[in-house]
Ligand binder design. Structure first.
Ligand SMILES: NC(=O)c1ccc[n+]([C@@H]2O[C@H](COP(=O)([O-])OP(=O)(O)OC[C@H]3O[C@@H](n4cnc5c(N)ncnc54)[C@H](OP(=O)(O)O)[C@@H]3O)[C@@H](O)[C@H]2O)c1
Length: 342
């Protein structure tokens, strides 16, 4: 698999990573697939998907434990990205960026991951009660202490609606201002310690990061982890409108996943399917969606989430799919996604 540079990975990481979140969090059935999840991680590594993206709050904690188990005998093959600063509260997610907490959380992540060092440690959410420089300073101290190799900042959530007060979004317009706050935050933390990577949503139906965030990263040699590159599974074309989601599945509350919006957004999947067909039998809409993300820059590494080994294998295959100018024009001409947080 082609390799790309992220942070301290001087030898690079596989161009397609693996999002481990669905193995323990957010999607239906997350708690029932321990053994298959281990196979999924091993399949990803076998095929060159070396960047494994997890977080302490996925589970909470069980996702890191799972990654730790999976890497017991394969740690050198993997580039482990985990996150700090977001906790599962009784009602909703709560940010904690206090330096003492960051230090304790890192030690706990290292124990769960069964490793001496985290390759990329990301600030999951900035804490409004703590100046971001203070949190980042504590994270930088972890680099100095040899517990962490590089630092990243997550910018997912600005329009995900998964936290209270998220701004409304009409799902159609490219909004260059979406990441203004993130960029201000990045400029501030860069004064304290270099940012190696940014993680934010980027997919065919959520292309907002292309406007300002991706160019900001490219201009500074900062890597970009594309979260939710498959549109929470929608862009794979395997989800049926009206199929329904279990109450613990985030898509049960996601405005783009009502039966009506899933039906309205089918032209996007149809377009991906047309492009896939041009590349021959066996090429899937999921692979086209990932190849599109890859085509946005050499600093971009999509981290498609998967709990099934066969998905990880299919997604790794997208690294070999080169989209033509005709393909890219077809994707660019697809309708914007419908379904808003209003
Ligand atoms: N930093 C942040 O705040 C943040 C926020 C969200 C996500 N992330 C990261 O981004 C990663 C990806 O996001 P995501 O997992 O939410 O969304 P995603 O990658 O857009 O989609 C994941 C969903 O697609 C399904 N899937 C994967 N490959 C498939 C294929 N080839 N064919 C059919 N279905 C397929 C998975 O099914 P199964 O579940 O059945 O395997 C899963 O339900 C996460 O795992 C996490 O690491 C980070």
């Amino acid at each position: 698999m082609e390799r790309r540079t992220i942070g301290a990975a001087t030898l690079g990481v596989g161009a397609i990573g693996l999002g481990c979140m669905p193995m323990s969090w957010a999607y239906t059935g997350s708690r029932q697939r321990g053994e298959e999840s281990l196979r999924t991680v091993h399949t990803a590594l076998d095929l060159g998907s070396t960047l494994l993206d997890t977080a302490d709050m996925y589970g909470p904690f069980t996702n890191e434990l799972l990654v730790g188990r999976a890497l017991r005998e394969r740690r050198p093959e993997a580039f482990v990205s985990t996150k700090v600063g977001l906790l599962v509260g009784e009602q909703h997610l709560v940010a904690n960026g206090r330096p003492g907490y960051v230090r304790r959380a890192c030690d706990a992540s290292l124990r769960r991951l069964q490793t001496d060092v985290i390759d990329l440690y990301q600030l999951h959410r900035a804490d409004p009660e703590v100046p971001v420089e203070e949190t980042w300073g504590a994270m930088a101290d972890l680099v100095t202490a040899g517990k962490v190799r590089s630092l990243g900042l997550c910018a997912v959530g600005a329009r995900s609606g998964r936290r209270p007060g998220a701004r409304p979004y009409d799902g159609r317009a490219r909004d260059g201002r979406l990441h203004d706050g993130t960029i201000r935050q990045l400029e501030r933390v860069q004064q304290v310690f270099p940012v190696s990577a940014v993680e934010a949503e980027l997919s065919v139906w959520s292309p907002e990061a292309l406007d300002a965030l991706l160019p900001w990263c490219a201009a500074r040699g900062v890597g970009f982890l594309a979260a939710m590159p498959l549109g929470n599974g929608f862009l794979t074309g395997t989800l049926t409108p009206g199929g329904g989601f279990e109450p613990d599945d985030v898509r049960a509350r996601h405005p783009r996943f009502t039966a009506e919006m899933m039906a309205a957004n089918q032209p996007i999947v149809a377009g991906l399917r047309r492009v896939a067909r041009r590349h021959g039998d066996g090429v899937t809409p999921a692979q086209v969606a990932l190849a599109w993300v890859l085509s946005q820059g050499r600093h971009v590494v999509p981290v498609p989430g998967a709990k099934r080994a066969r998905w990880a294998a299919q997604n790794a295959g997208a690294a070999g799919l080169l989209l033509t100018a005709e393909d890219l024009a077809e994707v660019a001409g697809l309708p914007g996604a419908q379904g808003s947080w209003d």
